[in-house]
Design a protein around this ligand. Structure first.
Ligand code: SN0
Length: 323
């Protein structure tokens, strides 16, 4: 694997999950792989888990890490091709990206959907520019339409906690005060479709995810029905895709609460975090023993390390890494 921008980059997902469990058993067993190698983490947006887990993962492999918070520390970067740069952006990604690439062996990049236009976000312009111009492997740390490092940790968490081979996994929309990207939800669906789990997505009308992510996945508009018999409840807000970037509902009747969890098959509660308590999920649920959100977050280190390990191993086998 050279780049990691979606589940499609993983040659064998079953093997990757097995590898994640190997890594979890002894995360310091591959320190030699990253010796004298450097990862740069580029953030266009805020981060807590991704920042810490990815750095920790790189360090577990013996790598050095450098972090660039573009909005705070760097030049304001232009991404549009052909733009006349007489505004407030002094540097273009066309220079910034290859320069960053000269100082490292792997780049991680976080660049959320900007909600200016669906076409712009869904073209993944920024992420693609990193892949095209950096000259080194690129790891998505959440791009406009996907958050694959999160989804890999979600999958490993479900594998850890499932009590049957084919659990019923329910992705539920939940209310939120801000318009959030579809990336986590898109990616979760994309990864779950690679398994043989029973996947159900529930949301109010108008919140349908992009068809290329949903395929033939079942949508159940009645949240109560969707929860029946569920083994995992994954809550997440996203803004509308059809009415792109808009908030169509703030309906608190979609908040995940104790009563709804009681209708499930003793389901585990999941969320990628950060989570708005008593908006997305009640204190009663997230503080209960059903909640695995902290373990899920802890698995971010494990799966990020698995991804970096795969990239380093690929480069060792002759795939080009810096110089
Ligand atoms: C991001 C999102 O894509 O939904 C990152 C999730 C890993 N979430 C937020 O930006 C939440 C911000 C908020 O105001 O609650």
């Amino acid at each position: 694997m050279k780049h990691f921008t979606s589940v499609k980059d993983i040659p064998n997902l079953k093997k990757a999950v097995e590898m994640a469990f190997e890594v979890k058993k002894d995360r310091f067993a591959w320190q030699h792989l990253g010796k004298n190698k450097t990862m740069v983490l580029v953030f266009f947006n805020s981060s807590l888990r991704t920042r810490l887990s990815t750095q920790k993962a790189a360090m577990n492999l013996g790598m050095n890490t450098m972090v660039l918070n573009v909005n705070d520390d760097g030049w304001n970067l232009e991404s549009e091709l052909g733009s006349v740069m007489d505004g407030d952006k002094p540097e273009h990604l066309l220079e910034a990206i290859p320069v960053i690439g000269r100082f490292c062996d792997i780049i991680g990049v976080r660049s959320f959907a900007r909600f200016n236009s669906k076409e712009e976000d869904y073209s993944e312009r920024i992420l693609s520019q990193f892949v095209d111009y950096s000259g080194v492997p690129v790891v998505s740390m959440e791009a406009a339409t996907r958050h694959p490092l999160q989804s890999f940790a979600d999958l490993v968490s479900i594998e850890e906690y499932k009590t049957k081979t084919r659990p019923r996994v329910v992705l539920t929309w939940a209310p939120h005060p801000r318009a959030l990207p579809q990336a986590v939800a898109n990616s979760f669906v994309e990864w779950m479709r690679e398994t043989d789990y029973e996947l159900v997505v529930t949301h109010p009308e108008g919140y349908e995810l992009a068809p290329e992510f949903m395929g033939d996945v079942k949508v159940e508009y009645n949240q109560k029905k969707a929860f029946e018999g569920a083994d995992f409840i994954y809550a997440k807000n996203w803004a509308s895709y059809s009415h792109y970037g808009q908030i169509l509902s703030r309906d608190f009747s979609w908040t995940v609460n104790e009563e709804k969890m009681a209708a499930t098959n003793h389901a585990r509660f999941m969320h990628c975090l950060p989570v708005r308590r008593n908006v997305v999920v009640t204190d009663g649920v997230i503080d209960s023993s059903a909640s695995i959100v902290i373990e899920q977050a802890a698995n971010r280190e494990i799966t990020a390390q698995t991804v970096l390990k795969m990239i380093l191993e690929h480069s060792k086998e002759g795939g080009k890494i810096n110089q």
